[in-house]
Every structure is written in C-alpha cells, then in structure tokens.
Design a protein around this ligand. Structure first.
Ligand SMILES: [Zn+2]
Length: 188
C-alpha cells in the first residue's frame, strides 16, 4: 500500500529540518550568537513543507485534472488513491517503489515471474497478467467471475477497449457467466 500522506508530510518535515538545523548552527557559529534555536528550525521546517508542498500539490493536482481529467486511466489511478503530487515526490520524501506509486501495491513475491509483455494487473493481488479480461494465475481472481475487486479499486471506470455491452454485463449483478476485468498499469 502507498505510504499515507500524513507520513509523507511528517517525513518531509523531518528531512527539511535535517537541512535547516546545520544551516542554523552554521549561522550561529558564523555570527557568534544563539540567534536560531532548534525549535525555531522545527517550526520553519513544518511551515516550509506546508506552504511549498501545499502550493505544489495544488498546482500538480489542478494541472493534471485539467490535462487528464477525462482520461479513463487517470480516473482509475485517482480512484485507487493515487495522487500525482505525492506519487512523484523524490524517494527521500516518499519511500514508495515505482510499482506502489503507480498501482497502489507491490507485486506479489512468487516463484513465477510474469513476462514483461504482461502489462495488466490483477486488481486483487497486483500480479501482472496477460489479458485485461483474465483469471489471475496467482490468486485466482476472476475464476468466479466476481469483479468486485476491480470496482473497489478503480471505481466505475470502463476501459476503452471493452464494449459498452460487455461492460454492462460485467456491472450487472448476475456476473456469474462473465469474466472479470483487470487494468493497465498507469504508466502505459
Ligand atoms: Zn491476483
């Protein structure tokens, strides 16, 4: 799962504090005073992260919504908890792997490594699978034609290559005869 936004915020404050503190010590040493106190640096770090981070977050999210708000893949990414600002932060602020940033979860650790050409992901266990409509080789998602995990993860977002008719069937309550959908990685 993605690192929570609160954790990323606190972590960022700490990183910035670790930069500010030695700078304030340098300043104090250079001026022969105790002008800057560590607690002042802590407050400065929090304010810096809040103000600059908040502004960047706003610009990134508004910009991405304007550019890609209608894009089904972006909507699915947002529905799965993705945030273009948090998911693009350097690793020092946000420790998540690229896979987690893009798809919310890590890949399951298994003996079988799916070929690189398998670009779809099981919405339940995040294993890469070959086809959009597929039964997951790892966790068996889809074998009972229950698409619940897809809808929980991505919301009601129809991938473009699935026909309206097929989508309606997938959404219908008696999904028993129909296969499931999985989704593309967000970097495709
Ligand atoms: Zn699976």
């Amino acid at each position: 799962m993605r690192t929570s936004k609160l954790r990323v915020f606190l972590r960022s404050c700490f990183v910035v504090f670790c930069v500010f503190l030695p700078l304030s010590c340098l300043w104090n040493a250079a001026t022969g005073t105790h002008f800057w106190k560590p607690w002042e640096m802590a407050i400065s770090a929090v304010l810096t992260v809040a103000v600059f981070g908040g502004l960047s977050w706003l610009v990134t999210n508004v910009g991405m919504a304007l550019l890609f708000g209608e894009n089904w893949q972006y909507r699915a990414y947002r529905n799965s908890g993705g945030d273009p600002f948090f998911d693009s932060l350097p690793q020092v602020f946000n420790p998540d792997s690229q896979t987690v940033r893009q798809t919310r979860m890590d890949e399951p650790q298994t003996n079988f490594v799916p070929p690189a050409s398998w670009q779809f992901r099981c919405p339940q266990c995040n294993a890469r699978v070959q086809h959009r409509v597929d039964v997951c080789w790892n966790c068996g998602y889809g074998a009972d034609s229950d698409s619940t995990a897809y809808f929980e993860r991505y919301g009601d977002v129809k991938p473009p290559e699935i026909s309206e008719e097929h989508w309606a069937k997938i959404r219908a309550e008696d999904q028993n005869r129909f296969p499931v959908v999985v989704t593309y990685r967000s970097d495709e």
